[in-house]
Design a protein around this ligand. Structure first.
Ligand code: HEC
Length: 178
């Protein structure tokens, strides 16, 4: 039965067409209830310690889901996973969280020009976990990607940079096609 035919049939039987939206809402509620059950069953983040550190230190600027905040802080849903695929990109991840970033950057089609603070006070394990949360939980990097290790953070901690130099390094990483 085509849709107009269905409506005519319902009207002819005295069922007000107004029941249509009502049914649609009920169906949507049933679906979202099922989705809620699935969400409750599904495992949490692969890096719960990273997720907690992200909520405590990063979400205020990058948003609770890492989607970014327009003209304040960029989204973290794609670039970190890209960086994780190359050696210089992995250094870039460590440098950004250790020393912050300063100067204009382009992420996708949007520009940001504010200051990312340094997190050099957080330990290597916490910084590695927060980066793994970005790379795997938010960025869905391919399974063959190696997790960021605490020793990769320690290696960059030994060579301090300022936020402007971290931004320069970002440009070179992206120019290299990462
Ligand atoms: C005070 C706000 C603020 C906080 C807090 C903050 N960031 Fe940022 N973040 C920024 C800004 C602004 C930029 C872009 C910097 C620029 O314009 O040079 C940025 C950039 C980044 C980038 C680089 C993205 C890219 O495409 O290269 C990463 C990765 C990042 N932040 C991760 C984090 C993590 C992880 C935390 C928590 C440990 C955090 N940020 C906390 C503001 C913030």
């Amino acid at each position: 039965m085509s849709l107009p035919a269905c409506a005519t049939w319902l009207t002819a039987r005295g069922a007000p067409p107004a029941t249509h939206p009502g049914r649609a809402i009920l169906a949507a509620l049933t679906l979202s209830a099922a989705a809620c059950v699935r969400a409750a069953d599904s495992p949490g983040p692969a890096y719960p310690q990273g997720a907690a550190a992200f909520q405590a230190n990063c979400a205020i600027c990058h948003g609770p889901t890492g989607a970014g905040v327009a003209s304040l802080a960029p989204p973290l849903l794609a670039y970190p996973a890209r960086y994780a695929a190359s050696a210089e990109g992995r250094r870039q991840l460590a440098l950004t969280v250790l020393y912050g970033m300063f100067g204009e950057i382009t992420v996708g089609d949007s520009r940001y020009n504010f200051q990312m603070p340094e997190f050099v006070r957080l330990d290597d394990t916490t910084l590695a976990a927060v980066l793994n949360f970005l790379v795997f939980d938010l960025g869905h990097a391919p399974a063959q990607t190696a997790p960021v290790s605490a020793s990769e953070i320690a290696a960059e901690r030994a060579h301090p940079l300022d936020g402007a130099a971290v931004r320069e390094h970002r440009q070179s990483v992206l120019a290299s096609g990462t």
